[in-house]
Design a protein around this ligand. Sequence first.
Ligand code: GLY
Length: 274
Amino acid sequence: MDKLQGIHQGLNRAYQAGETVLRGQGSALDAVCAAVEVLEDDPLFNAGRGAALTADGTVEHDAAVMSGDGRGGAVTLSRHAQHPVDLARAIRDRSPHVLLADPPDDIVADWGIGLADNDWFVTPDQREHLAAVQARLRSRQHGTVGAVALDIHGHVAAATSTGGIENQAVGRIGDTPILGAGTWARDGVVAVSCTGVGEAFLQGGVAHQLSARMEYGGQDVAEAAQAIIDNEIVAREAFGALIAVTAKGRSVLVWDAPVLQAAWREGDKIHTRI
Ligand code: GLY
């Protein structure tokens, strides 16, 4: 199987994992976590095992979850949790905090999350890629993974997970774990997950801005998302994309530059785009 086919299949599996939860009347939050876990397990995506490497060849994961009732959890610089999205979920559900940086392994294990040496996340493919980036033979690549969902109970949720930017400085934190920048959900309005150059999404307050434009400005989701990509991302000479689902069940993909790989359903068919 070639790489492109593998990516299509990974997207398809992730979509199905989320959809299975929703069809079983599960929550939007469980659905987005199930979808993102699949992508974290797949070394073809920039999350979990196979994520982008820092400048010193290690992996530092960022992840966030948020449910439309306003409760979120996030982790940054995570070095050992096999599923960073589950760690973000545990921080939401099991701690009094919203954002933790690389929590101690014994706490992560107590929360029932599998641990691995940092080397376990480093794949030969990513080592090669880092060497090429450092030798300036390739440009930086992004590929944050995310999911948004609306459940049968009318709640929305978003989850996002990433290894960040290839060759990033050790300790660099992007938009993914910052609620309102790369991840956001508000019942009655929208859930959104972003990918691209995190610095632009952070400075543009992108995910919350989409929600605010819709909630307070009455804007259409697609128009608002396109305006934000133009005004906050392209205007900063960056690139990026977002996926969103509204409280009425309308989903949109908006992108500038080829950073958006996505899966969605139309009728009987699951579509994938890479
Ligand atoms: N959008 C992911 C990052 O910049 O880390």
